[in-house]
Write a protein that binds this ligand. Structure first.
Ligand code: OAD
Length: 255
């Protein structure tokens, strides 16, 4: 039987009850309990077996579109069989709980699996794009493609016959300007900031905590492991988000 989640500090409950705005940053760890592989921490993590410089970048796609597409299609197949876990659902409930009290909630995710949307979260900012959207590198035609697996790789554009790439941010590429703007606004105005399930090593998300703390926010980290920001947060909650977040919502509901 997994260990009980750590107790939720009363001070955190008080901070949430008096908050008018909450910003949450999530990483691959929030989807780990759904069965989606993380990048760095587990022995079977994605980066343990693949070198991102060989796959997740524009040059790799130009060099070998078939290999890169096959890798992303493998990830699509893994994600297609996964659903949101109690941590995703708790974040969707936190959004509803805040908005019912006239508060603002922004979910900044590095994940490309759309599991926050599947759990019912609505104000989701996809910092690193969406693995289900594919874009033609020639004519720019873009759309959601849920065919799993792809019938052929690489994927060809129906409109112009060009190659289609995943709608995710690759190494060396800038994050979508709209997403960065939304993140900046949320971080500058939040009273409580959560970092959930991220190793806090990839910029700019790894520095979001500094913007939030500069705005005077109370900072929370939910992660079974220590990260470079653990020493900076007010409330380090050590454990899996799929257990800690539901426990937090249970306290907020007054269960
Ligand atoms: P990582 O794989 O780097 O880190 C996953 C984090 O989740 C680790 O700190 C784990 O300790 C933690 N974790 C594991 N299981 C957890 C659980 N059940 N509950 C809570 N936390 C758990 O993934 P990210 O930090 O998301 O970027 O990686 C950031 C970015 O690096 C990704 O978005 C991707 C990658 O390159 C792009 O693709 C652009």
């Amino acid at each position: 039987m997994p260990a009980d989640p750590p107790p939720i500090p009363d001070a955190l409950i008080d901070a949430l009850r008096s908050a008018s705005a909450v910003a949450v940053l999530t990483g691959a760890g929030v989807s780990a309990e759904s069965g989606v592989p993380t990048f760095r921490d587990a022995p079977d993590a994605l980066w343990a077996r693949f070198n991102p410089s060989e796959l997740a970048n524009p040059e790799a796609f130009r060099r070998d579109p078939k290999l890169v597409t096959k890798w992303y299609d493998w990830r699509r197949q893994k994600i297609a069989g996964c659903g949101p876990n109690p941590g995703h659902h708790a974040l969707a409930e936190l959004e509803r709980w805040l908005e019912q009290r006239g508060g603002a909630f922004t979910l900044l995710t590095q994940n490309v699996d759309r599991l926050h949307h599947a759990a019912g979260s609505s104000n989701v900012v996809e910092l690193h794009g969406d693995l289900w959207r594919w874009r033609c590198v020639d004519c720019g035609d873009e759309g959601e493609d849920r065919r799993v697996p792809f019938p052929e790789v690489p994927v060809r554009c129906d409109r112009c016959g060009g190659l289609k790439r995943p709608g995710v941010v690759w190494f060396g590429e800038a994050l979508p300007a709209e997403a960065l703007g939304a993140a900046d606004r949320a971080l500058r105005s939040c009273d409580v900031f959560f970092s959930v399930g991220t190793s806090a090593v990839v910029e700019p998300a790894a520095s979001f905590i500094h913007a939030a703390r500069s705005a005077g926010a109370a900072a929370v980290e939910i992660n079974p492991e220590r990260t470079p920001i653990t020493g900076l947060v007010d409330f380090p909650l050590t454990g899996p988000s799929g257990r800690i977040l539901p426990a937090l919502l249970s306290r907020l509901r007054g269960d």
